[in-house]
Write a protein that binds this ligand. Structure first.
Ligand SMILES: *Cc1c(COP(=O)(O)O)cnc(C)c1O
Length: 833
């Protein structure tokens, strides 16, 4: 049934602009026949065509990558090296096709072969090498850097298993391993020629040299090999394809032949097993530092490979790094951005390499480090601030510990002593070492002391970094702490995921809005236009109908597209307060049971969230939501006015289906806890109206869309602080708000878990005995009132359409292209290449 490929495929010269559907067809058939060796099983045809299409596209992309590299090499423009332990890339086929402008042509080619491109795009696995917002931010930034023609390299880990897959069994979260590249990955190229050797453990010897100075020599124990896998990053309508370089860990010696020859087969493989464990799996904790030795080794492995690779790339152009010759150039050519403290060890490795391998002076190396490194802070939550024990450092990285001590000594004796002479308390507070039963290294302090710039990720967060997290550092270096508000790429989060709205926008707006998102402001003039409102809301309805089918397929639940689709999608965490949403759902359910004729537009509450496997309360919230959903969805008394859907396995590709269909965006974190959020931006861009607290980027979203087009509720950052100072008493709200009391007491019964009384009591107790640390009860009434106002607003169709349109119109600021230009202007100082 498969036409044989024409043998004259020109794989090297055709650029994307000269490729037509016929050429693409023959390239797809070539890969089907020769790379995949034809298809054995007809059931596999879709997957094979996905693979062949991806490979055909990858050929074109790799060509453009080669051209980009040559151009960047000769222009010698400064590069930014983005170091991140996480990249939440999602699927690549659809986005790569849109960015390289081959979507329509490929669609045509595949139609000729009997396939729908949109359908094939659903075949590939998500690249889920991240937990949540932090990893997705890294992915959006790579898209923008390539789109804006900057010389950029992303560095990360080639995890064998990304974030776990989630399923529900009787309402409980079940985790299974993510097998994203079990049968290969068409988007990656292995580069063994750029492998790096990495050492660990051992001890440090101090040798007195002829001139009297002391040299530290590290006699390391284990050795690993880092093998890079490169994934091309295609810019949108640009000349640039950059690289995401992911390190895989292998043993330095694959095999111990002596042991093997002695018949000790299992032990012969030990080194290999140990090495492979380093890049085996992504740690599934979001905003929580679990402090495991393997994670520490993962971080070091990744940092050491990346630092060596960055220097090797510099030397390829400028010759061997040399104090007298080219050392000053390094800071003009290289910026390294640390995405949170996870890659902090890159600082110590950078120092070690310059000191020990290039024999630079301390001052030279330290000056360079300060110019090269910058650090992004992502959280104020104490449980997320990384601290590694000094004992672990001493065991795994003894040489790096001596460098850390030297940095600390210089910092305390020079900077701190000059500003606060003889202030022991200040020394203890700012030291890189936290004293105590177990001495630990404060990774964020090392970043702040080293970096020339430290940024928060939304204005309110950056202000809190200055005032609450690092006030002393801000006093010491007043220009170091700064803000870069996060953004999202409009290519993935509108152009590719919402084709119907994209078409309407392209018809309405002259400019290429996906490149210049501020041009969407032109929609404001149409916000009251009856005809435009109708088109806009009809697209929303079409997207809701599509999601309705997805919901049916994934959960078996039937929902009406006429209902309000109210969406909360993000990692499950107490500070994000999915349990506030749930408590309000219980309240609505009670109100409906008391009065089934209640004037309320039907609502579907849609959740998507993974809980870290060890996070008990987060899992209890998932279980409670599923059990409450089961009861509500099957209760005939409430006339389908309320439905609750928890979609399993939330990830980028599922987000792309939910977001275009959302009417309401739930952004309800306790004020001061969500650094920025980016889900809030994606939803608003697709015409969802936010109900949210004055937290993170919600504040800036409110500024952009105006207070009439967002539902703000709850305590402000200052009010939360005041309440904490007064002493928060959650019991008070339970005793004085009868609806809260009734809903919480409900959880003690077996109403939602027939025959299993008290299964949901943990949740009630977290609010009461547990002290309700995220102030759910304090914000409940205000949240409930905001929802009431929102429900009323929805009943006025013209008013709602206006609000939805204005949300799309005013999201220009949250383009990640703008974030990148802010980094370029204030931190990296790159020129286009
Ligand atoms: C955008 C995104 C996030 C971040 O969502 P927040 O609401 O900002 O926490 C997490 N996971 C996925 C899959 C995303 O696409």
């Amino acid at each position: 049934m498969f036409t044989k490929a024409k043998t004259t495929v020109n794989k090297t010269t055709a650029s994307s602009s000269t490729i037509d559907a016929a050429e693409l067809t023959s390239r797809i058939e070539y890969h089907l026949q020769f790379t995949l060796g034809d298809i054995a099983d007809e059931k596999e045809t879709k997957s094979a065509y996905w693979q062949a299409t991806s490979l055909a596209l990858q050929d074109i992309i790799v060509n453009k990558l080669k051209a980009t590299k040559a151009r960047q090499f000769s222009s010698d423009a400064k590069s930014v090296n983005y170091l991140s332990l996480e990249y939440l890339m999602g699927r690549l086929l659809s986005n790569n096709l849109h960015n390289i402008n081959l979507y329509e042509i490929t669609d045509k080619a595949l139609k000729g072969l009997g396939f729908e491109l949109a359908d094939l795009c659903e075949q590939g696995p998500d690249l889920a090498l991240g937990n949540g917002g932090l990893g997705r931010l890294a992915a959006c930034f790579l898209d923008s850097l390539a789109t804006l023609d900057y010389n950029a390299m992303g560095y990360g880990i080639h995890y064998q298993h990304g974030l776990f897959k989630q399923a529900f069994a009787d309402g409980h979260q079940i985790e299974t391993p993510d097998m994203w590249r079990e049968f290969g990955n068409p988007w990656e190229v292995c580069r063994p020629e750029s492998a790096q050797a990495i050492k660990l453990y051992g001890e440090v010897e101090q040798v007195v040299q002829a001139n009297g100075s002391v040299k530290s020599i590290w006699h390391a124990g284990n050795a690993f090999r880092g093998v890079p896998w490169d994934i091309p990053i295609v810019g949108y309508q640009s000349d640039t394809v950059n690289t995401l370089r992911l390190w895989e860990c292998r043993a330095d010696n694959a095999f111990d032949w002596d042991k093997f020859n002695d018949g000790d087969y299992l032990h012969a493989l030990e080194d290999q097993v140990q090495a492979e464990s380093v890049s085996k799996v992504l740690y599934p904790n979001d905003e929580h530092d679990a402090g495991k030795e393997l994670r520490f080794i993962q971080q070091y492995f990744f940092c050491a490979c990346s630092v060596k690779d960055i220097i090797a790339r510099f030397e390829a152009k400028h010759g061997k790094l040399n104090l007298a010759k080219n050392i000053v150039l390094l800071a003009d050519k290289v910026a390294i951005q640390l995405n949170d403290t996870h890659p902090t060890l890159a600082i110590l490795e950078f120092m070690r390499v310059l000191l020990d391998e290039y024999e630079m002076t301390w001052n030279e190396a330290w000056n360079l480090a300060g110019k090269v490194f910058a650090y992004t802070n992502h959280t104020l939550l104490p449980e997320a601030l990384e601290k590694w024990s000094v004992a672990l450092f001493d065991k795994v990285l003894p040489r790096h510990l001596t460098i850390l001590y030297a940095i600390n000594e210089a910092f305390l004796n020079n900077d701190v002593a000059a500003k606060w002479p003889n202030d022991e308390a200040m020394r203890a507070r700012l030291s890189l070492i936290e004293e105590g039963e177990q001495r630990t290294v404060r990774m964020a302090h090392l970043c702040v002391v080293t970096a020339h710039k430290v940024n928060g990720v939304a204005q309110v967060h950056s202000d809190l970094v200055k005032s609450d997290l690092f006030p002393e550092f801000n006093a010491l270096w007043p220009n170091k702490l700064t803000n870069v508000t996060n953004g999202i790429t409009p290519r993935r989060w509108l152009k590719a995921c919402n084709p119907l709205l994209s078409k309407l926008l392209s018809k309405t707006i002259k400019e290429d809005w996906a490149k210049d998102l501020n041009s969407l402001k032109q929609l404001s003039a149409l916000a009251d236009d009856n005809n435009f409102q109708q088109q806009f809301m009809d697209i929303k309805l079409q997207n809701k109908i599509l999601l309705t089918k997805e919901i049916k397929a994934l959960t078996g639940i039937t929902v009406s597209p006429e209902a309000i689709f109210d969406v909360q999608i993000k990692r499950l965490h107490e500070y994000k307060r999915q349990h506030l949403n749930l408590l309000h759902i219980l309240a609505l359910y009670r109100r409906l049971l008391e009065n089934p004729e209640l004037d309320m537009h039907p609502r579907v509450f849609i959740f998507g969230a993974k809980a870290a496997p060890g996070y008990k309360l987060a899992k209890a919230i998932i279980y409670a939501t599923n059990k409450i959903a089961e009861k509500i969805n099957n209760d005939p008394r409430i006339n389908d006015k309320l439905k609750v859907v928890f979609l399993p396995n939330y990830r980028v590709s599922l987000a792309e289906k939910i977001i275009p269909a959302a009417d309401v965006s739930e952004q309800i974190s306790t004020a001061g806890k969500e650094a920025s959020g980016t889900g809030n931006m994606k939803l608003a861009l697709n015409g969802a109206v936010t109900i949210g607290t004055l937290d993170g980027a919600n504040i800036e979203i409110a500024e952009e869309v105006g207070s009439d087009n967002i539902f703000i509720f709850g305590l402000t950052v200052d009010e939360v602080k005041a309440l904490d100072n007064k002493g928060y008493n959650s019991q008070h709200y339970y005793e004085t708000n009868s609806e809260i009391k009734a809903c919480l007491d409900w959880l003690d019964t077996d109403y939602f878990t027939p025959g299993h009384e008290g299964e949901l009591s943990t949740l009630k107790h977290s609010f009461l005995d547990g002290g309700d640390p995220y102030k759910v009860l304090a914000d409940f009434q205000s949240y409930s009132d905001a929802h009431f106002a929102l429900g009323k607003a929805y009943q006025n169709k013209a008013q709602w359409a206006r609000m939805a349109i204005l949300n799309t119109a005013m999201m220009g600021k949250f383009n990640s292209d703008r974030s990148i230009e802010d980094y370029v202007d204030n931190i990296w100082h790159l020129t286009k290449s």
